[in-house]
Design a protein around this ligand. Structure first.
Ligand code: GLU
Length: 473
C-alpha cells in the first residue's frame, strides 16, 4: 500500500445510485458507514450517484433519504449530487491527460467490436489493447471523436489490504486502460467515484464486495493523481436463507416495506442489520449507543450473512416491549383508523394509549398491536370469530350470565375487584378461573386471544363491558 490515511480524521460515505428503493443491503452499507464514523468521532457523508440519467429518479432519491431518516442514519452536511459535479470530473481527466497519465483514444466502435470478436475467438479475456496508448497525438484523425483513457500501469501487481477481505492482489496486466471521459465529454462512473471520494475527503470506503474489482481500477487512478489512498472494507453481500444471493423472494424489499407493510420499528431493523454480517462476541441485542461504542471493521464477517426474517421479527418483539407507550400508540393509530375505516376520536386515542402496555407485550410488530386493539373500538354487537363463537355455546353462555351478574354488583370497577368477582363464579361452579375467562373473553373481544381478561374489562369500562355481555346472553 502507498500513503496510509490512518492519521486523517475518519470520513465515511454512503453512495447509493438512485435507481430503486433503499433496499436492505444498501441500508446495511449505510449503517456500517454511519456507525464507523460515529464510533471514530468522524464524519458520515451522503452522495447520490445520479449520473445514470435514464435510470435515476426523483422518487428513488426521496425513498433513499426517507429510509435513511427513518433508520436515524443522519449524514453530515448536505448530500452531494454526483451529476452536478461532471465539470469537475472532466477537469481531472484533462489534468491526467496533461500529466501524461491519460491519453486520447480514437478507436471507433466498429474497431472495438472487431477487437472483442478476435479476443472471443482466441478465448482471450475481453480487454482494450491500448492501441492509442503510445501513438503520437499527431496521428489523431482530424475532428474524429475520442475518449480519454487512463494510462494504467502494465507491469507488476497491486495489493489491497482490505479490512474485511484481507490482502487481495491483482496483476496489472489484468486491467486494461479504462475510459475516464466518454466521447460526448461525460465522465464514467469510475472517474466520478474517485474524484468525489477525494474531494469529499473520504478516508474509508466501506461498501459491498461487488465493488472489490472496481477498487483496483480506482486505485490506479488515485495513484496517477497522487492522492491519498482510502482504506477499503468490502463487505460480503447478503444471502437468502437458502444461501442464494438475496432477492425479492427472500425479503429483499425496500426499507419502506419494513416500515409500512411489516410494521417494524427502526431500532429493530438497525439491530438486525448490524448483526447481519457483523458481530461482537455472542451479543444479539445491541442498541444504538452500544453499537456506536463497539462497532469496528474487524467485526465484519468474511462470509455472506443469511437473511433471517424470524430473527428480525424476534428482535422487533423485543424492541416493541421496550418502546415508549405513547410512541407506540402514535405509530399504531393510523393502522387502527385504517382497519376501522374511519378517524379515531380523541377518547379512542386515549384508550389506545392506555391499552398499549397490555398489548405490546404480545405484539410482534405494529400491525399486530393495531390489530390487537381493534376490539376496543368495534361497534356493538361485536362480530365473533369462529373460535370465539364456539366458546359461547350453552354452558359458555350460562357462565357468562353468572359472571355478568357478579360483575354488575361490584362497587369498584378495578382489576382486584373484578378478579375477586370472577373468582367467586369459578369457585361456585367448581372450575378454574380460565374456564370462566374463556366465554367472557369471547363476548368482550370477539376473539379467543387478548390481553388478560381483567385488563380487558378495565379498559372497556363497566358500561361497555356489561353491554357486550348482554349482547351474548
Ligand atoms: N453507487 C454505487 C452503488 O450503489 C456505490 C459506489 C461505491 O460505494 O463506491 O452500488
Amino acid at each position: 500500500m502507498g500513503a496510509s490515511t490512518e492519521t486523517r480524521p475518519v470520513v465515511t460515505r454512503f453512495a447509493p445510485s438512485p435507481t430503486g428503493f433503499l433496499h436492505i443491503g444498501g441500508a446495511r452499507t449505510a449503517l456500517f458507514n454511519w456507525l464507523y464514523a460515529r464510533h471514530m468521532g468522524g464524519k458520515f457523508l451522503l452522495r447520490i450517484e445520479d449520473t445514470d440519467r435514464a435510470r435515476s429518479t426523483e422518487p428513488a432519491i426521496e425513498a433513499i433519504l426517507d429510509g435513511m431518516r427513518w433508520l436515524g442514519l443522519d449524514w453530515d452536511g448536505d448530500a452531494v449530487y454526483q451529476f452536478a459535479r461532471a465539470d469537475r470530473h472532466a477537469e481531472v481527466a484533462n489534468e491526467l491527460l496533461a500529466k501524461g497519465h491519460a491519453y486520447r483514444c480514437y478507436a471507433t466502435p466498429e474497431e472495438l467490436a472487431e477487437l472483442r470478436e478476435q479476443q472471443r475467438a482466441a478465448k482471450q479475456p475481453l480487454r482494450y489493447d491500448g492501441r492509442w496508448r503510445d501513438r503520437d497525438p499527431s496521428e489523431a484523425p482530424a475532428g474524429a471523436p475520442f475518449v480519454i483513457r487512463l494510462k494504467a500501469p502494465r507491469e507488476g501487481e497491486v495489493t489491497i489490504e482490505d479490512r474485511v477481505q484481507g490482502a487481495v492482489t491483482v496483476r496489472n496486466s489484468e486491467l486494461d486502460d479504462m475510459i475516464l471521459l466518454r466521447s460526448d465529454g461525460t465522465p464514467t462512473y469510475m472517474l466520478a467515484v474517485v474524484v468525489d471520494d477525494h474531494d469529499m475527503g473520504v478516508t474509508h470506503v466501506i461498501r459491498g464486495d461487488d465493488h472489490l474489482n472496481n477498487a483496483f481500477r480506482q486505485l490506479a487512478l488515485i495513484r496517477a493523481m497522487e492522492w491519498p489512498e482510502p482504506i477499503y472494507a468490502h463487505v460480503p453481500l447478503i444471502h437468502g436463507a437458502d444461501g442464494a444471493k438475496l432477492s425479492k423472494r427472500h425479503g429483499a424489499l425496500g426499507v419502506d416495506a419494513y416500515r409500512d407493510e411489516m410494521g417494524l420499528l427502526p431500532e429493530a431493523v438497525n439491530n438486525y442489520l448490524l448483526r447481519l454480517g457483523w458481530g461482537h462476541g455472542d451479543a444479539e441485542i445491541i442498541d444504538r449507543d452500544q453499537a456506536v461504542e463497539w462497532f469496528d471493521l474487524g467485526g465484519i464477517g468474511r462470509s455472506p450473512a443469511r437473511f433471517d426474517m424470524k430473527k428480525l421479527e424476534n428482535l422487533n418483539g423485543h424492541y416493541m416491549r421496550e418502546a415508549d407507550d405513547a410512541r407506540l400508540a402514535d405509530l399504531a393509530a393510523p393502522g387502527v383508523a385504517k382497519a376501522l375505516d374511519r378517524e379515531m376520536t380523541s377518547a379512542e386515542r386515549a384508550l389506545l394509549l392506555r391499552s398499549v402496555p397490555f398489548l405490546k407485550v404480545r405484539a410482534k410488530d405494529l400491525n399486530d398491536l393495531a390489530d390487537g386493539s381493534l376490539f376496543l373500538f368495534r361497534a356493538r354487537p361485536l362480530d365473533m370469530d369462529e373460535k370465539a363463537n364456539t366458546l359461547l355455546d350453552e354452558p359458555g353462555k350460562a357462565l357468562l350470565a353468572q359472571a355478568r351478574d357478579v360483575l354488575a354488583a361490584t362497587s369498584d370497577w378495578s382489576v382486584p375487584e373484578l378478579e375477586a368477582a370472577i373468582r367467586t363464579v369459578a369457585e361456585s361452579a367448581g372450575i378454574g378461573l380460565g374456564k370462566v375467562a374463556q366465554p367472557l373473553r369471547a363476548a368482550l373481544t370477539g376473539r379467543t386471544t387478548s390481553p388478560g381478561i381483567f385488563d380487558v374489562l378495565a379498559l372497556l369500562g363497566r358500561e361497555e363491558s356489561l353491554a357486550r355481555m348482554d349482547d351474548r346472553i
